[in-house]
Design a protein around this ligand. Structure first.
Ligand code: 0A1
Ligand code: ZN
Length: 884
């Protein structure tokens, strides 16, 4: 906990390190109450930097001994203050020996060395290594590590660290040791150790070059029945990177270890990935289709980091998206390739667009808006954001859209050729892409430096006599904190034109045949493109495949949207047309509900919309997974983003009304689709089966939005009979949403059955937290449940964060009780785990957008948190920016 005034760190202030580290030898005597760390470093003065002072970081550790080239340093030789250890004058070549002590069992932050369920784990990204030993803890200091672990053998039979196991054996007093050596240079944030009682599933896997690698997935005893999918995902990832990018596993051993106490999803430590159990453990009984998908994606993500992040790393933390945007893009492409079909690929793309809109666009429009490559931060942990990750991935995707898959690969090859084993900048990646493709990407840099979501407007005009279609594209970007004015972006805009029959026209621009989809490059604030030989009035399909992370505006008529929704050959825009149709209804009805004081009695939904939904629901030529996406309405949060002075209750009423109306008016079709999409036989998480379950379950959910005896019985039967978590959880969700008394019984049954499965208990909390029937009092009651604890991040998120972020009606209760609860929980969590607290703090980001009465109370809650004397930098940065 820091109480000093938080310091802002600026990208422009980057200085190279005064000393470089060649080797690190670490010795650990592991004890939860007092772990002794011996650290022997060889350092060398960095000719690229001035100065003879050695600057080391250290936090929450006690310095015991300090020797330089064999000589114990006197107090006058160094300064130890403000989490920095500075040795004033040092020779060119230095051997530094440091002994320090830390207390893992008291580390509730889960950064550095900590204890979870009696086992030791580490988390060093971004700045956790300094909580283990004194070190120049910055990613541009890359060194070779040797690690000796010593611990009680009975309590910690498994001792793991990065790289290869060199030696192991027994010591006195029931202790044992293991010596690990990582052959590759790495930054300190990739260091890891595990000392634990665990078991593993393992396998030897033949790599493309003929070498055999040992693959292991380590979990707690009793969970070995849940490791198959992670192992399979790992093997698929290794193959994919070999085939797609020619990138091979560079180690003889690759380990995944699961822990139930983890702040994020997982961590790419070299050769020793540490995972949140949520992204490892799965079998059909406990995990849903979405969980299986998450595991495949996260296992791939961490594995892909081995090249994009570890072999080539970041010069400083401002460059975080260099590794994260690129690695997210790679895991997205992997997911799409694993499904293999065109529609499967499109459905994953739709998922990405939805995430971006639901989470990144609001971030880009709020008080925490920052460029993909930020210019400043107070706490780096606050910048592991959807902007750095998901918008960063969109930026990488645009290179592929501009240069094609082959051009992109050339850029990747050049990037590795130039920068292997270096710590570099986002600019280096852009340069590799530009050079490999012979293109000037100077303007493209603005995607990295300018925050905010660009708005792209289009106006189309067909000339009946000249047979031309003129498309005018106009871009702008709203101001964001510290960036009042923006310059035009370089935007790839994929465009198609549909004829009256719904077929793609051939596009001819400047006498060049561009096929069915043309990627236009918009670089000016306003630009006009002329398509020739256009013989009839077309309907434009703009931004196909969501070719750039922008908000698209155009004067669509319902007729245009219906045409696109029925015919667009681009599935993303086809889906998009449906979302636009739905959004216009949601906005209209929310306005009406608000005007009527939120009594929904006389809302009305037009037949046109219902008919469009009916058509897509029953269209057997479309993949079930696509139909499910098309039927899913924009979330309440997405609707709220479109309204100034939003009243969340009105939005909720409007959306519920539409859902119930679909449920009632399409009852027969929904029942038929429910029956048609049953997946008899053994459960399999493959995309085709998952798509069927998704369609079946959205049908069930619509039916129960307008519940009657039959729909409730259907949900109850599914709940009782299903052999997999996807169907059980969906049925339970439908019962809860239908507000029938059966829901309470089902929740009890569910808890009784799964109380031994922590990840399922999380679901149990989460479903209740997000139910519009759960008010603050009910959440407080759930917090008193014996299975609840604020100390476990998954559990805290499943109840507290789920309520504050996924239950808008109750969170925004007019009496302000939700906000008071939020303030209380942020403060309580901050004392335990600033990273988790700070994420919860972000629930208030958009407070200025709410109706005045709510705004006032939100502001008061923010001020209450900001007024706390003792706050972490993490939370302070978030609330200060929110109030600014
Ligand atoms: N690099 C990891 C994410 C991660 C970041 C920070 C952490 O602790 C503060 C943990 C994990 C990834 O992208 O998967
Ligand atoms: Zn990552």
């Amino acid at each position: 906990m820091r109480t000093d005034t938080p310091q802002t760190i600026y990208r422009k202030d980057y200085n190279p390190p005064t000393y470089l580290v060649d080797t690190v030898e670490l010795g650990f005597d592991l004890d939860p109450a007092r772990t002794v760390v011996a650290n022997r470093l060889t350092l060398r003065r960095n000719p690229a930097a001035g100065g003879r002072a050695i600057e080391l970081h250290g936090e929450e550790i006690e310095l015991v001994a300090l020797r330089l080239n064999g000589k114990t340093l006197a107090g006058a030789d160094y300064t130890l203050a403000d989490n920095r250890l500075v040795i004033h004058e040092a020779p060119d070549d230095v051997v530094l020996e440091i002994e320090s002590v830390c207390v893992p069992e008291q580390n509730t932050t889960l950064s550095g060395l900590y204890v979870s369920n009696g086992n030791f784990f580490t988390q060093c990204e971004a700045e956790g290594f300094r909580r283990i030993t004194y070190f120049p803890d910055r990613p541009d200091v890359m060194a070779k590590y040797t690690v000796m672990l010593r611990a009680d053998k009975a309590r910690y039979p498994v001792l793991l660290s990065n790289g290869n196991l060199i030696q192991e054996g027994d010591l006195d007093d029931g202790r044992h040791y293991a010596l690990w050596e990582d052959p590759f240079k790495k930054p300190s944030y990739l260091f890891a150790l595990v000392a634990a009682k665990l078991v593993c599933q393992e396998e030897t896997f033949r790599l493309a070059d003929g070498r055999d690698a040992l693959l292991q997935v380590w979990v707690e005893d009793g969970n070995l029945d849940k490791t198959d999918y992670a192992m399979q995902s790992l093997k698929h990832s290794i193959r994919w990177d070999e085939e797609k990018y020619g990138l091979e596993l560079d180690l003889d051993r690759f380990m995944i270890v699961a822990t139930s106490d983890f702040n994020m999803g997982a961590m790419e430590n070299k050769g020793l990935n540490i995972f949140n159990t949520k992204f490892v453990l799965a079998n059909p009984r406990v995990a849903t289709d979405v969980d299986f998908q998450g595991i495949e994606a996260v296992v791939a993500h961490e594995y892909f980091h081995n090249w994009t992040g570890n072999r080539v790393t970041c010069r400083d933390w401002f460059q975080l998206s260099l590794k994260e945007g690129l690695t997210v893009f790679r895991d997205q492409e992997f997911t799409a390739d694993m499904i293999g079909t065109d529609t499967g690929r499109a459905v994953t793309r739709i998922d990405q667009v939805r995430t971006l809109r639901q989470h990144q666009f609001p971030e880009d429009a709020g008080p925490m808006a920052h460029p993909v490559r930020p210019d400043s931060f107070v706490e780096i942990n606050n910048f592991y954001t959807v902007t750095v990750y998901e918008k960063g991935a969109e930026v990488v995707r645009m290179y592929q859209t501009l240069f094609g898959v082959d051009g992109f690969r050339k850029g990747m090859d050049l990037y590795f050729e130039r920068h292997d084993e270096q710590a570099v900048e986002c600019d280096d990646f852009r340069r590799a892409m530009a050079d490999a493709n012979g293109r000037d990407l100077t303007q493209f840099e603005r995607w990295y430096s300018q925050a905010g979501t660009p708005v792209l407007r289009f106006e189309g005009r067909w000339d009946e006599t000249a047979h031309t279609y003129t498309l005018k594209l106009i871009q702008s970007c709203p101001p964001t904190p510290g960036q009042p004015q923006k310059l035009p972006f370089h935007i790839p805009v994929a465009v198609g034109l549909l004829d009256a029959a719904g077929n793609d026209m051939r596009l001819v621009v400047d006498s060049v045949d561009r096929g069915a989809t043309a990627v236009l490059e918009l670089t000016q604030a306003e630009q006009t493109f002329v398509f020739t030989d256009v013989k009839e009035q077309p309907v434009a399909s703009v931004l196909r495949g969501f070719s750039a992370p922008v908000v698209l505006q155009g004067s669509y008529t319902d007729a245009d949207l219906l045409h696109l929704f029925s015919h667009d050959s681009d599935p993303v825009n086809r889906w998009e047309a449906g979302q636009r149709l739905a959004m216009s209804r949601l906005l209209k009805l929310a306005g009406e509900a608000a005007a009527k004081g939120n009594s929904g009695a006389s809302l009305n939904l037009d037949e046109t919309f219902i008919e469009a939904m009916r058509k897509v629901l029953v269209d057997e030529t479309l993949d079930p997974a696509f139909r499910e996406q098309a039927l899913l309405l924009p979330s309440e949060g997405m609707v709220a983003e479109q309204i100034d002075g939003v009243d969340p209750l009105a939005v909720h009423i409007a959306r519920q009304f539409i859902r119930a109306d679909i449920g009632a008016r399409l009852r027969g079709e929904l029942l038929a689709q429910y029956e048609a999409n049953l997946t008899p036989g053994a459960y399999s998480p493959d995309a085709a089966s998952a798509g069927k379950r998704a369609l079946k379950n959205i049908a069930l959910s619509y039916l129960n939005a307008a519940p009657d005896d039959e729909s409730v019985a259907l949900a109850q039967r599914q709940f009782d009979e299903a052999d997999n978590m996807t169907d059980r959880a969906a049925a339970l969700g439908a019962l809860i949403a239908s507000r029938v008394p059966e829901a309470a019984d089902a929740l009890d049954v569910f808890y009784q059955e799964f109380q031994g499965e922590a990840l399922v208990v999380d679901k149990w909390f989460m479903m209740q937290a997000a139910a519009p029937t759960t008010d603050v009092a009910a959440v407080r009651a759930l917090m008193r449940h014996p299975a609840f604890t604020l100390r476990n991040p998954n559990r805290a998120r499943s109840l507290v964060a789920a309520f504050c972020m996924n239950n808008p009606v109750q969170f925004h209760a007019p009496d302000g009780s939700g906000y008071a609860f939020w303030a209380e929980q942020v403060i309580a969590l901050d004392a335990l785990n600033p990273q988790v607290a700070s994420r919860l703090a972000r629930a208030m980001d958009r407070w200025r957008r709410y109706a005045p009465a709510l705004q006032e109370q939100m502001k008061a809650a923010l001020q209450r948190v900001a007024g706390q004397g003792k706050l972490s930098n993490d939370v302070r940065e978030v609330v200060t920016k929110a109030l600014a």
